[in-house]
Design a protein around this ligand. Structure first.
Ligand SMILES: CC(C)=CCNc1ncnc2c1ncn2[C@@H]1O[C@H](COP(=O)(O)O)[C@@H](O)[C@H]1O
Ligand SMILES: [Zn+2]
Length: 353
């Protein structure tokens, strides 16, 4: 419909679904590869380029390669500050980064120092005056089971209290074809009771009806993907009804789903279904480095695929503010920002559309 790339770039945006190690840019990746030449890693092993598709298994192999490159506090600090600055340069005004704390015996990295380092990166960017509000979701990798999940929640609780509001929630992610969400329920329930918000990857692959039902019962504060929740995709009306009743926002990652082949094409993406219902949907990147995209491109893709005019695109980005995990004061500040920017941006874009 329109190829006004500048409008999407200038559009103030909110990013709510970004995995730290999946968001590493080409430039940062090159710095990491230069730091560790002995690993013999080439950039083609860490990203999926234009027009390329991979199976889900192949995509998860990519993360293993990236984790080899990012295994010290120094690496994490660099990766996190670079990623935050890149989102800011793309006019993302509020970012929730998520990452799985890892232990690396050979470098002395601990789960605690992992989280501390991400927080340090957020604080450094703030001190440098980078124009973006960043929060952190501590991620549970479903492959690691119930015990690790509980340990992660306890760590997140500690940091929620000590990080001055930077740690706001928990993410549940990892290879959806591995592990059983059921055994993670006690950890997720505990997180919820202690005031941590929950963003859960759900129905990212088919045949997870039962697990999705249990997770929806918690309930989560946001749903990651939700690709196979609705009946046309093998889900069920009762799952949809529950999400709709709770107005639980969906985090939508178009390029990730198409390149990871859980969705056959952009036009068949489940955004169509949920958007038509008037359900809260937030456009996100998932892994901007691995999938070679950015949030502006994702908004542009949503608009061109579903025929959204600039005012509808504006509304999508503005409504995303309602779905953030930070408190009402932050929401008010962001809404103010959107209101100030609207006249200049939208009038020009409408004229061109
Ligand atoms: C394979 C594919 C299509 C990826 C997109 N869908 C995803 N689904 C579930 N977990 C994910 C996805 N992308 C990233 N992650 C999680 O994020 C991790 C990388 O970021 P981090 O190390 O937590 O900082 C991965 O190891 C994985 O646990
Ligand atoms: Zn994800």
């Amino acid at each position: 419909m329109d190829d006004n790339a500048e409008f999407y770039k200038d559009l103030p945006k909110v990013e709510l679904h970004a995995h730290l190690n999946g968001s590493v840019s080409v430039q940062t990746m090159e710095k990491l590869i230069r730091r560790k030449p002995h690993l013999n890693i080439e950039h083609s092993m860490t990203a999926i380029g234009k027009g390329q598709r991979r199976t889900l298994d192949e995509c998860f192999e990519v993360f293993k390669v990236i984790h080899k490159l990012v295994d010290t506090e120094e690496d994490i600090l660099m990766v996190a500050t670079d990623v935050i600055k890149e989102f800011a340069a793309d006019n993302v005004k509020y970012l929730e980064l998520r990452s799985t704390p890892r232990e690396e015996n050979h470098t002395g990295l601990t789960k605690k120092s992992y989280i501390e380092t991400v927080i340090e990166a957020i604080q450094q960017c703030k001190n440098e005056g980078v124009d973006i509000d960043v929060r952190f979701l501590v991620a549970i990798d479903r492959r690691n089971g119930a015990e690790v999940a509980m340990e992660t929640v306890k760590l997140a609780e500690e940091f929620m209290l000590s990080s001055g509001g930077l740690v706001v929630g928990i993410d549940l992610s990892g290879d959806p074809t591995v592990g059983d969400g059921r055994c993670l329920l006690p950890a997720l329930q505990r997180a919820r009771n202690s005031g941590l918000k929950l963003s859960l990857h759900m129905s990212e692959v088919p045949s997870q009806l039962e697990e999705s039902e249990l997770l929806l019962n918690l309930p989560p504060d946001r749903i990651g993907h939700g690709t196979f929740l609705h009946p046309e995709m093998g889900g069920s009306q009762s799952l949809v009804d529950r999400a709709v009743k709770g107005r639980i926002p969906l985090e939508i990652c178009l390029t990730s789903n198409v390149k990871g082949q859980t969705v056959p094409s952009y036009s068949q993406h489940h955004l169509r279904y949920w958007y038509q219902l008037g359900h809260p949907c937030v456009i996100c990147t998932d892994d901007k480095g691995v999938f070679c995209t950015d949030l502006s491109q994702e908004y542009q893709l949503a608009a061109s695929t579903f025929g959204l005019r600039p005012d509808a695109v504006w509304t999508l980005s503005e409504r995303a503010v309602d779905c953030i995990f930070a408190g009402d004061e932050v929401k008010q500040q962001l809404r103010q920002k959107w209101t100030e920017l609207k006249p200049g941006l939208l009038q020009g874009a409408e004229l061109q559309a």
